[in-house]
Write a new protein. Structure first.
Length: 113
Protein backbone atom coordinates (compact mmCIF):
# COMPACT_ATOMS: atom_id res chain seq x y z
CA UNK A 1 0.00 0.00 0.00
CA UNK A 2 1.03 3.60 -0.55
CA UNK A 3 2.55 5.30 2.44
CA UNK A 4 4.08 8.75 2.90
CA UNK A 5 5.91 9.51 6.14
CA UNK A 6 7.08 13.03 6.98
CA UNK A 7 9.76 13.92 9.51
CA UNK A 8 12.01 16.79 10.52
CA UNK A 9 9.56 19.21 12.08
CA UNK A 10 10.15 20.96 15.36
CA UNK A 11 10.46 24.26 17.19
CA UNK A 12 12.76 26.87 15.67
CA UNK A 13 13.39 30.55 16.30
CA UNK A 14 12.48 33.18 13.69
CA UNK A 15 15.21 33.37 11.08
CA UNK A 16 16.17 29.75 11.63
CA UNK A 17 16.11 26.75 9.32
CA UNK A 18 14.58 23.30 9.19
CA UNK A 19 14.72 20.48 6.67
CA UNK A 20 11.62 18.35 6.27
CA UNK A 21 11.77 14.87 4.77
CA UNK A 22 9.09 12.66 3.24
CA UNK A 23 9.71 8.99 2.54
CA UNK A 24 7.42 7.31 0.02
CA UNK A 25 6.66 3.62 -0.32
CA UNK A 26 4.27 1.70 -2.50
CA UNK A 27 4.43 4.20 -5.39
CA UNK A 28 6.52 4.49 -8.53
CA UNK A 29 8.29 7.40 -6.93
CA UNK A 30 10.59 8.41 -9.77
CA UNK A 31 7.59 9.08 -12.04
CA UNK A 32 5.58 10.93 -9.42
CA UNK A 33 5.12 14.64 -9.02
CA UNK A 34 5.30 15.45 -5.32
CA UNK A 35 3.91 18.39 -3.35
CA UNK A 36 4.37 19.95 0.05
CA UNK A 37 1.33 21.56 1.68
CA UNK A 38 0.81 23.14 5.08
CA UNK A 39 -2.10 23.87 7.38
CA UNK A 40 -1.98 26.49 10.10
CA UNK A 41 -4.41 26.40 13.06
CA UNK A 42 -7.85 27.58 11.99
CA UNK A 43 -6.85 27.91 8.35
CA UNK A 44 -7.33 25.88 5.20
CA UNK A 45 -4.58 23.64 3.92
CA UNK A 46 -2.42 25.54 1.43
CA UNK A 47 -0.02 24.48 -1.27
CA UNK A 48 3.65 25.26 -0.61
CA UNK A 49 5.79 23.69 -3.34
CA UNK A 50 5.86 21.13 -6.15
CA UNK A 51 8.60 19.06 -7.73
CA UNK A 52 7.94 17.12 -10.94
CA UNK A 53 9.40 13.77 -11.93
CA UNK A 54 11.87 15.69 -14.07
CA UNK A 55 12.97 17.92 -11.23
CA UNK A 56 11.04 21.03 -12.19
CA UNK A 57 9.96 23.09 -9.20
CA UNK A 58 7.34 25.66 -8.33
CA UNK A 59 6.67 27.60 -5.14
CA UNK A 60 3.96 29.60 -3.45
CA UNK A 61 4.79 33.30 -3.42
CA UNK A 62 4.85 33.28 0.39
CA UNK A 63 7.85 30.91 0.47
CA UNK A 64 9.64 31.72 -2.80
CA UNK A 65 13.31 32.47 -2.19
CA UNK A 66 13.24 30.93 1.30
CA UNK A 67 12.16 27.31 0.75
CA UNK A 68 13.69 24.72 -1.59
CA UNK A 69 12.04 21.46 -2.61
CA UNK A 70 14.23 18.59 -3.79
CA UNK A 71 14.06 14.85 -4.31
CA UNK A 72 16.26 11.76 -4.22
CA UNK A 73 14.70 9.11 -6.43
CA UNK A 74 17.20 6.46 -5.32
CA UNK A 75 15.92 6.83 -1.76
CA UNK A 76 12.24 7.56 -2.57
CA UNK A 77 12.60 10.81 -0.63
CA UNK A 78 11.39 14.36 -1.11
CA UNK A 79 12.71 17.22 1.00
CA UNK A 80 11.75 20.75 1.92
CA UNK A 81 14.60 22.97 3.03
CA UNK A 82 13.14 25.94 4.89
CA UNK A 83 15.33 28.97 5.60
CA UNK A 84 14.63 32.39 7.08
CA UNK A 85 11.62 30.98 8.87
CA UNK A 86 8.90 33.33 10.09
CA UNK A 87 6.21 32.88 12.75
CA UNK A 88 3.62 32.74 9.96
CA UNK A 89 5.30 29.58 8.66
CA UNK A 90 4.00 27.77 11.74
CA UNK A 91 1.83 24.89 10.52
CA UNK A 92 1.55 21.17 10.07
CA UNK A 93 3.42 20.29 6.88
CA UNK A 94 2.22 17.47 4.64
CA UNK A 95 3.68 15.78 1.58
CA UNK A 96 1.41 14.56 -1.18
CA UNK A 97 1.82 12.20 -4.12
CA UNK A 98 -0.13 12.44 -7.36
CA UNK A 99 -0.32 8.86 -8.60
CA UNK A 100 -2.14 7.78 -6.58
CA UNK A 101 -3.17 10.82 -4.58
CA UNK A 102 -2.03 10.19 -1.04
CA UNK A 103 -1.14 12.38 1.96
CA UNK A 104 1.28 11.81 4.77
CA UNK A 105 0.33 12.24 8.42
CA UNK A 106 2.08 15.60 8.68
CA UNK A 107 4.89 17.04 10.76
CA UNK A 108 4.53 20.09 13.01
CA UNK A 109 6.69 23.15 12.42
CA UNK A 110 6.58 25.89 15.04
CA UNK A 111 8.46 29.15 14.55
CA UNK A 112 8.60 31.10 17.79
CA UNK A 113 11.03 32.90 20.03
Amino acid sequence: QVQLVESGGGLVQPGGSLRLSCEASGVIFSRNTMDWYRQAPGKAREWVATITSGGGTNYADSVKGRFTISRDNAKNMVYLQMNSLKPEDTAVYYCKSYVPIRWGQGTQVTVSS
